[in-house]
Design a protein around this ligand. Structure first.
Ligand code: HEM
Ligand code: HEM
Length: 194
């Protein structure tokens, strides 16, 4: 057994939650962008004979966006729980893992990318919860804003990782690591495939 059941369950829950979080960011920046929707609302309402100011249109657009954005927070809590789940796995999991020094250069690069991802996810969870609870934590709004800027910048690392990771495992599985994706589904070492 290469990956234990608990590790595989963790991986797929983690994948779904991260993709969900990226989905909420995508919607916030595209279809639910308050600036674009404020323009649309203002123009449509004007056609209907109701002139509203751009400020009011932005309030309406943000209200619609906020219903979706709640999912960023819900999935954010799920992510924080999965970070704790992964830390527990680090101490108790029996999945088979080669030592870093025994890996080929390519595998060392892949493993290093996972370390970068883990560090970034840890940062995203802590910074996300900090922005959300900044008042309870006694932080100034300005400080919360600055943390948000870094939270937003670090999002790019997650985005790049997810693209590289998915493309990478597909290429590896198709070329010289046949069955790699299956190992994350059935847990078996490739030699045990029947
Ligand atoms: C949806 C398509 C995905 C597939 C087919 C997939 C498949 C895999 C496979 C086969 C591995 C083991 C690769 C290896 O031995 O290096 C792996 C590891 C990993 N995947 Fe994915 N993955 C997917 C999505 C994701 C997403 C969205 C994330 C979230 C960021 C993610 C995070 C990870 C991490 C952190 C590891 C390393 C686990 C460790 O060894 O500590 N995966 N994935
Ligand atoms: C991989 C995980 C995450 C990613 C990729 C991510 C991404 C982002 C991005 C890009 C923004 C800026 C949105 C914008 O202003 O256009 C943002 C804001 C925010 N995120 Fe996250 N985030 C993650 C995890 C979390 C977590 C765990 C929480 C905590 C519950 C959280 C809470 C927040 C909050 C409160 C904001 C500020 C929203 C606002 O200004 O109204 N995020 N996130």
């Amino acid at each position: 057994m290469k990956y234990t059941l608990s590790f595989r369950i963790w991986h797929w829950l983690f994948a779904v939650v991260i993709l969900g979080l990226l989905g909420t960011v995508f919607l916030r920046k595209t279809f639910l962008s308050y600036k674009a929707n404020a323009e649309i609302l203002m123009a449509k309402l004007s056609d209907m004979g109701n002139d509203i100011t751009i400020e009011d249109a932005k309030i309406l657009a943000k209200t619609i966006r906020d219903n979706m954005w709640e999912w960023h927070i819900i999935l954010g809590y799920a992510l924080a729980a999965l970070v704790i789940y992964r830390i527990i796995l680090f101490f108790v999991d029996k999945s088979k893992r080669e030592s870093f020094s025994s890996l080929s250069l390519h595998k060392k690069a892949v493993r290093s990318l996972y370390y970068v991802l883990y560090a970034t996810v840890l940062f995203m969870s802590i910074s996300g919860l900090t922005i959300y609870f900044y008042e309870y934590l006694g932080l100034a709004k300005e400080t919360a804003k600055q943390i948000k800027e870094i939270h937003e910048a670090a999002y790019n690392i997650i985005l790049v990782f997810v693209i590289l990771h998915i493309v990478g495992v597909f290429i590896a599985d198709a070329k010289d690591e046949n069955g790699l994706v299956s190992t994350m589904i059935n847990g078996k070492t490739k030699d045990n495939f029947k």
